[in-house]
Design a protein around this ligand. Sequence first.
Ligand SMILES: C[S@@+](CC[C@H](N)C(=O)[O-])C[C@H]1O[C@@H](n2cnc3c(N)ncnc32)[C@H](O)[C@@H]1O
Length: 221
Amino acid sequence: MSTSLPSSALKRITRLCTKRRERFYAVAKLRSDPVYAAVTKELLGSALPVLDIGCGIGLLAFYLRESGFAPAIAGFDYDAQKISCAHEMVSLSDCEGLSFMNGDARTGLPEYSGQVVILDILQFFTREEQEALLNAAASRVAQGGKLIIRTCLQNDSLRFRITVAGDWLARLTNWMKDAPVCYPDRALFESVLGAAGLRVRVQPLWGGTPFNNHLVVAERE
Ligand SMILES: C[S@@+](CC[C@H](N)C(=O)[O-])C[C@H]1O[C@@H](n2cnc3c(N)ncnc32)[C@H](O)[C@@H]1O
């Protein structure tokens, strides 16, 4: 089943962004990043609610709604401006069951039970913080649910170096509040999430991008 949305649906999402910078970001991300379709493919068909940690302006939530995903979706991000943008987008949409909260994942997560998504934030955490976040996220995955992570994996590839440069560019342009600190490796997911009782698979998620991104899917069976 294809989970790529037609351009009419993508336009409905980007039109919800009233500020130029956010709209430009949304257009570029939704057109070029394979992550939204990949995560949608993993979540569609489940009735469990979703917690999106580091949700940004909430693009995944709107993408899921356009794809026909009906369960509640809660976004959580420490950037108050992005959360405020997500709130405005909800108010301009006809989407129901979307909520967005401001908070720092390094100091705690909201109580939750369902499926959990973490896209592109682990590089801002130390190794110890990554382990703590993975354990906290895993404890919120309900029976039959998944923890879905998109991350760059550390290795000696050109893709890895390009990803690091992209993260620094995001910091230098002030799009991101933090610079990258530590990139995880595959062993981190296998050891921490395996010990938390989840079955882990890791696959490249390059699409047409030059980045060293991978999709980690950990299921509680
Ligand atoms: C590269 S963006 C990805 C946004 C979104 N997940 C997406 O894919 O559309 C990373 C997001 O993680 C958020 N973030 C980074 N560190 C965080 C933390 N400690 N707690 C909560 N959110 C954080 C940033 O504010 C940013 O919105």
